[in-house]
Every structure is written in C-alpha cells, then in structure tokens.
Design a protein. Structure first.
Length: 318
C-alpha cells in the first residue's frame, strides 16, 4: 500500500523520538546494577538536609567537668584609699591616710605623731593598708619624701603600742622584701628591725627560740648584699646595735661583713663609708691596712675622710 507523505513524516518523527529516549537514558554503573534499585542512593532534594544514617556524626556533648567562664570584665584593683574608705576608721587615721578634706603634709604628720598607744585591731589593719600602699596612690597629694615620712611616723606609732601587734614583724618583713616598694621605704623598714627586736624580745635569751628571730636576722644578712644603695650600710648599723644586746647574732660575723664591704670597690659609696665606720665601732682592726690604702686612693674626699677616721679610731697612728 502506498503510504502518503504525511504518514511517512509522522512515522519518521516517532522514530527520532524513540531513539532520543533510548540513548538519553542514564545507564546504571556496575555497582548500581549489583546493589539493585532498593539499595541505590538517591540524591537529596534541594533545600533538604541529606540523611546519611550511620554516617551521621553525633553532636559533641559539652564537658560538664569544666565550669563555664562568664564573660565579665576584669575587676579593677582598688586603690589604698578606696579600701580604707570602706573600713570605718576614726577621724585621726582618716587624716593620716588622706580621707579628710585637709590633705596637707603638716596635718597628716601631726595626726601620725598623736596616735595613741592602744589602737584597736581595725585601726591597726587600716594602718597596715596605708603602710603597704604605694606612692602612686598619693602622688597628687604629697611629695615622695613627705609620703615616706608619714609612713615612717605611723610605723613608729605601732612600735610604741602597749601591746605589740602580733603580726607587725611579718608586715615589716613583707614590705622590706617587696621590690615594688620605694627603696627609701624598704630602708626605713630595715631601720625599724632594731626597735622591733627590743619590743618583741625583752629577754634576749627568748629570741633564739622564736622562729621570727631567724626571719629578722636573715633579712638583715640579705640587706647587706644590696650594696648599690644605702641598704647594706643601714643593715650593718642595725646589726651592730642588735648584736650588742642579743648574743644570738654574732658580733664577729657582723664585723667581718663590715670589713668585706669596706674594701669592696663594687660597693656603693654610702654603704662603703658606713661599713668603714662600723668597723671602727666594732674594733675590727684587720681593716686598717685597707683603710690606709683608701685614705690615699679613695674615689672621693668623703671616702678618704672615712678611711682616715677609721684608722684613727682603731689606734693606728702610723
């Protein structure tokens, strides 16, 4: 039967579509053919999270053993005056520590000298805060030496108490050993070791049985190694006086240390001059030969004069 042109065109179009479907189909891979349709993975729908079953990683639980750290700003250090303001101190101590309207040196010095000999525990604690403070807390009110002078007068008031504060020695040792403190104040603390010993141990024999005695004498010996300023000389003076009353501190060892510093060219001038004079006061005649050399070659007139005076005090007229 003769086919019409229209029918031939339709059949050709059908054939073309069949071929397109046949060759455009996605053929399964070998692995997919083995898995079968039920095991084949399907692509997740767009916008929907892929469910990977056992491959899904579980959420990590928070470590309950570590406390959460709140995000709070670090607390600023309170100044000495802020601490003292909260202590309910009497007016005379408020004047000393700068909490009164009149912050002049004269007013504060007068108040320090008028402190009574039976201060309360709270008043003593307030004074400790003031003594341990730094000049930065008071630099807008006092000159450096004015500040140290008031601290010195206040410490002396504690040493005059009818009953010596039980922890005063520890406070003094703490302040001396604090490198943040001004060297002048640390020197003052060394100066006050002697009156503290006299107030603490009225019986010289009792000192050797007190562990604090070792703390004080060890601090003295450490101070003699601070030769770049006045500290070593101040320590020698105190040790000489303490050794006169307390046999537990060897006079021979103190005199020997004084001689070592007197002839040490690396020792600062102030401490070296003091060391020469302590040698003279303690009768350390072994220093005379070196003193004779220093009297001629000393770095300055003060050191040469100290050497000459030491030679004269020790009885060498040559």
């Amino acid at each position: 039967m003769k086919k019409s042109p229209m029918l031939v065109a339709v059949l050709a179009l059908v054939a073309v579509l069949a071929l397109a479907l046949l060759f455009g189909r996605k053929h399964p891979t070998g692995a997919e053919r083995e898995e079968g349709p039920a095991q084949r993975k399907t692509e997740p729908q767009r916008g929907v999270a892929e469910d990977r079953g056992v491959d899904r990683k579980p959420a990590v639980a928070a470590d309950s053993t570590k406390p959460a750290v709140p995000a709070v700003p670090e607390k600023a250090r309170l100044t000495a005056q802020q601490t003292l303001a909260a202590m309910n101190l009497p007016q005379n101590i408020r004047i000393i520590v700068g909490l009164a309207p009149d912050k002049s040196y004269q007013k504060r010095s007068k108040a320090a000298h008028s402190l009574v000999r039976h201060l309360t525990t709270n008043e003593i604690l307030g004074i400790y805060v003031f003594l341990e403070s730094g000049y930065d807390d008071y630099k807008n009110e006092l000159q450096p030496l004015e500040f140290e002078s008031i601290r010195n007068d206040t410490l002396e008031a504690l040493l005059r108490q009818e009953e010596l504060p039980g922890d005063l020695g520890k406070q003094m040792l703490k302040m001396y050993g604090d490198p943040a403190q001004n060297v002048v104040w640390r020197d003052y603390c060394i100066q006050h070791f002697k009156p503290y010993c006299e107030a603490k141990w009225k019986d010289a024999a009792a000192a050797t049985d007190d562990p604090e005695w070792a703390d004080i004498t060890n601090a003295y010996w450490r101070a003699t190694r601070e030769t770049g300023n006045t500290m070593a000389g101040t320590a020698l003076i105190g040790m000489r006086l303490v050794a006169d009353k307390y046999p537990a501190l060897s006079k021979e060892q103190v005199a020997k240390r004084a001689q070592e510093l007197a002839v040490d060219d690396a020792c600062g001038e102030a401490s070296r001059i003091t060391a020469l004079r302590v040698c003279a006061q303690m009768g350390q005649k072994d220093v005379v030969p070196q003193a004779r050399v220093l009297s001629q070659t000393g770095q300055n007139i003060m050191l040469r004069c100290a050497a000459i005076a030491t030679i004269g005090d020790l009885g060498d007229r040559s």
